[in-house]
Design a protein around this ligand. Structure first.
Ligand code: SAH
Ligand code: SF4
Ligand code: F3S
Length: 475
């Protein structure tokens, strides 16, 4: 197994899923576009911005790429495999283009930004290459491409946050939504391509975030996830003469939580160096801020962390985990882990396993190191851990996590959780699925016909697997 993910955010099962219109009827539009999203939730969220920009210039979304005038792939560069997936998909699209030569093919997102115009040379069928900060220029680029010219805009911006654009919610369940609060990343972790593909970090206007969240709630949504590569460094200085104080992430969280006690708030991702006591105390103070933190560690070895430029040590990270548990004993914690980073020894790999065991993650996203061109690590270090060693280490990490996920779920047997119903369970229309505050998926039979998606219920847990809790509604 190469990349191993078990759930949400970078859910492999959702990669490339065709996102279709939810709010806009394609028959109202003169032209149709089709979009597939890859990578992290930021990309899925950006596709909703793209849908909004395209709707304004007469494009409605379709699920069927064979009838589309414009086919878009919103791409990811995080690991080599992510790019290979997109290359394969472009290959499939050759047939579509043969049948419908008028259709335009556009590559958006991080791979567009990384490869720029080179992508046009490498993939002849691509008509447009558009980076993550250039989506406002899409209508013009489409017009350019319609005349037979190749169109490229990969300019990164220091200001663009798409704050004023109301996303068109694609394939939404109508209950949970993602709200982007910042873009880019300044952290320069040595393995990571994101600072190059997404540019400098910038925060979005607080008022526009609150307005979007309030609007979602008024339209029946019950949960918002505030999104950014590094949400804890959110910082907004209001543009008014009397405002002297910047808004921090803790304050933003509080403002969103205050919209309504029935609106749940989540956020992702936290960098361990930036999550403050203020954030933890704000989480503890409001019942509707979910008790769940994604706190990627990457490695359990201080030396490797240093090479990764993560700026914390093993001890510092573990103290943060202790602090979270001290302030919120019931808080769920998950992580991202990279196996086989440059020069990682067997002992350092063991350090990762022991850190995981201490942290008792409920869930982890686990990867083996994939060198990305242009990153600090690619320039400075040799990718010297043989693939079979990386895979074996990853395998050990995955085994430990699976065992810990099961143990974590077993501890919940006999407990009752407040669950937000999101929809039918994957396996049966006779069951609901929803999540508890700790972000665990819970499946339970439909008993009360007056309940609908968006209802809160109390569920007593009676059974579990490593991935799901199973139970029954109680009063
Ligand atoms: N901003 C988030 C991470 C975004 S990328 C954060 O800092 O936590 C998601 C995850 O992909 C990272 O946490 C890391 O575990 C993994 N990743 C990033 N670059 C990688 C690479 N070159 N090889 C393998 N995994 C990588
Ligand atoms: Fe990449 Fe590090 Fe920024 Fe996360 S914090 S996006 S891993 S550079
Ligand atoms: Fe991938 Fe870009 Fe997200 S590289 S993980 S889509 S920020």
């Amino acid at each position: 197994m190469l990349d191993v993910t078990t759930q949400k955010i970078q859910d492999e099962s959702r990669q490339g899923e065709a996102y279709a219109p939810f709010e806009n009827d394609p028959n109202n539009y003169s032209k149709k576009f089709y979009i597939e999203s890859y990578g992290c939730q930021m990309n899925f969220s950006d596709s909703e911005i793209v849908a909004s920009i395209l709707a304004d210039s007469g494009f409605g979304a379709t699920r069927n790429y064979e009838e589309a005038d414009l086919i878009l792939l919103n791409t990811c560069s995080i690991r080599e495999k992510a790019e290979q997936t997109v290359r394969k998909r472009l290959n499939d699209l050759r047939k579509v283009k043969d049948n419908n030569p008028g259709a335009l093919i556009g590559v958006l997102g991080c791979m567009a930004e990384r490869l720029k115009a080179k992508l046009l040379e490498e993939e002849k069928l691509v008509d447009m290459v558009v980076g993550p900060d250039a989506y406002r220029t899409l209508p013009g680029l489409v017009e350019e491409a319609e005349t037979g010219q190749k169109a490229v805009n990969v300019l990164l911006s220091r200001e663009e946050t798409y704050a004023d654009i109301s996303p068109v919610r694609l394939d939404s369940n109508g209950i949970t939504a993602f709200v982007s609060i910042m873009r880019g990343c300044n952290n320069m972790c040595s393995f990571c391509v994101v600072p190059f593909t997404r540019g400098r970090e910038r925060s979005r206007d607080t008022q526009s975030i609150i307005a979007e969240c309030r609007n979602l709630f008024e339209n029946g949504y019950k949960e918002v996830t505030l999104l950014g590569q590094n949400v804890d460094s959110y910082y907004w200085l209001p543009n008014s003469p009397e405002a002297v104080k910047p808004v921090t992430f803790a304050e933003l969280l509080e403002q969103v939580a205050l919209i309504d006690p029935d609106l749940r708030v989540r956020f992702s991702t936290s960098h361990p160096k930036d999550i403050t006591d203020d954030v933890l105390f704000t989480m503890a103070k409001y019942e509707n801020i979910c008790k769940y933190i994604h706190l990627p560690v990457q490695s359990g070895s201080t030396r490797v962390l240093q090479l990764m430029n993560r700026t914390y040590t093993r001890e510092w990270y573990l103290a943060k985990v202790d602090r979270i548990r001290e302030i919120m004993p019931d808080c769920g914690i998950s992580s991202d882990i990279i196996a086989g980073f440059c020069t990682e020894t067997e002992e350092e790999h063991q350090d990762t396993l022991s850190l995981m065991a201490y942290s008792k993650y409920d869930l982890s996203y686990m990867f083996f190191y994939s060198e990305r061109p242009g990153t600090l690590a690619a320039r400075r270090y040799t990718d010297d851990i043989p693939e079979e060693v990386k895979k074996r280490r990853l395998d050990e990490i995955v085994k430990l996590q699976n065992q810990m996920s099961l143990e974590s779920n077993q501890k919940d047997l006999g407990k009752t959780f407040k669950v937000l119903i999101e929809g039918n369970s994957k396996k049966s229309d006779a069951d609901w699925k929803g999540r508890n505050s700790q972000n665990k998926m819970i499946v339970f039979p439909k008993t009360n016909p007056s309940l609908t998606p968006g209802s809160y219920v109390n569920v007593l847990i009676t059974e579990c697997t490593g991935a799901t809790l199973i139970g029954n509604i109680v009063d």
